[in-house]
Each structure stands twice: as structure tokens, then as C-alpha cells.
Ligand binder design. Structure first.
Ligand code: HEC
Length: 161
């Protein structure tokens, strides 16, 4: 009997661990970017969700993204995030990896600059400063909310320069 109880407890605790591990919001962005199949990452939020945009904005400022990209993502010292020029591509998957791993690392994975902006230089890794996958998607949602380019290029495929 005791054996059964112990086995059940062990199974339960294993189950609990599994639940935590499969909860997307708890995983670190670096872990997610490294383990997910290329092209498979998709933002669960849309920028019509004002509450998420607001949370993303707070995160964006707290991680100092604004220092380089401007408060509204319009650029400054670094490339604007609000126009239709997406340096490596504008899809969710590419932006997630770029911010999480940094541009040097995604370049090793075969990502390359397909467009250039006012500044050409690497961006460092932010995946350890941004604690969870969920926070990363909120930041990306805030970036989407600042988009000012043509509607058809919001998620990539910028017009030829
Ligand atoms: C020290 C300056 C700096 C900081 C801080 C910074 N970035 Fe960047 N970011 C860059 C540079 C430089 C590039 C261009 C990289 C390249 O061309 O390889 C870039 C590129 C990007 C791009 C792609 C832009 C495009 O047009 O395709 C996104 C998205 C981005 N950054 C988001 C962020 C977010 C979110 C944060 C905060 C978590 C952040 N950045 C913090 C310098 C910075």
C-alpha cells in the first residue's frame, strides 16, 4: 500500500513538473528560440489588445529598447521598428529570435540581412533580460502597435528598396 502511495506521489510530482515545463509563458525566450523549429514561433497576442500593448510598452521601456529604437519604435540611434523595412524579416518567428538571441547568433543559424536601415550593426542578445516567452510576445505586440508602414508589409515582405 505504501509503495502504491509513493508511486502515485512520484507520478504526481513528475506530472506537475511536466505541466510547468510545457507552460509557454514560463520558459525563457532563449530556451524557446533554441528549441523551437525554425519558422514555428507565433505571437498569441494581437495589437488590438490594448492591455497587452500597454504591458508590452512597459517591458520595452524597462529593458531600455527605447534607448536605441526610440520610445515609439521610430528609431533614433538605431533602426526604426515602425516602418516596413524589416532587416531580417518581419514575421513573428524572426523577430522573436532576433530579440532573444541577438543578431550575431541568428546569423550563425542562417538568418541574413535582407534589407538595411540607417544603422548597420549587430544587436545584442536580450533573451536573458526578458524573463519569459510571454513577456517577449508582449514586447513584440507593442512593436506591432507602432507600425506605420503599408498594411501588407506589417509582418514582413517589405517592398524592394
Ligand atoms: C544598444 C542599442 C540597442 C538596444 C538597446 C536594442 N536594440 Fe534592437 N537593434 C539594434 C540594432 C543596431 C539593430 C540592427 C541589427 C542589424 O542590423 O543586424 C536592431 C534591430 C532590432 C530589430 C529588427 C528591426 C528591423 O527593422 O528589422 C528589432 C525588432 C529590435 N531591434 C528590437 C529590440 C527590442 C525589443 C529591444 C529591447 C528588448 C532592443 N531592440 C534593444 C540596437 C539595439
Amino acid at each position: 500500500m505504501l509503495k502504491t502511495v509513493l508511486a502515485a506521489a512520484a507520478a504526481l510530482s513528475m506530472g506537475a513538473t511536466l505541466v510547468v515545463a510545457s507552460e509557454p509563458s514560463a520558459k525563457s525566450p532563449i530556451e524557446v528560440a533554441r528549441s523551437a523549429e525554425k519558422g514555428s514561433l507565433k505571437n498569441p497576442y494581437t495589437d488590438e489588445n490594448a492591455e497587452i500593448v500597454e504591458q508590452g510598452k512597459k517591458l520595452y521601456f524597462s529593458k531600455s529598447c527605447n534607448g536605441c529604437h526610440g520610445g515609439g519604435g521610430g528609431g533614433g540611434m538605431c533602426p526604426p521598428l515602425s516602418n516596413d523595412v524589416w532587416i531580417y524579416g518581419g514575421d513573428d518567428d524572426t523577430l522573436f529570435r532576433l530579440i532573444a538571441l541577438g543578431t550575431d547568433e541568428i546569423s550563425k543559424d542562417g538568418y541574413a540581412r535582407v534589407r538595411t536601415e540607417n544603422v548597420k550593426g549587430p544587436m545584442m542578445q536580450f533573451g536573458s533580460l526578458i524573463k519569459t516567452e510571454d513577456d517577449m510576445w508582449k514586447i513584440i505586440t507593442f512593436i506591432r502597435s507602432n507600425y506605420r508602414g503599408g498594411e501588407s508589409n506589417k509582418y514582413g515582405t517589405p517592398p524592394k528598396p
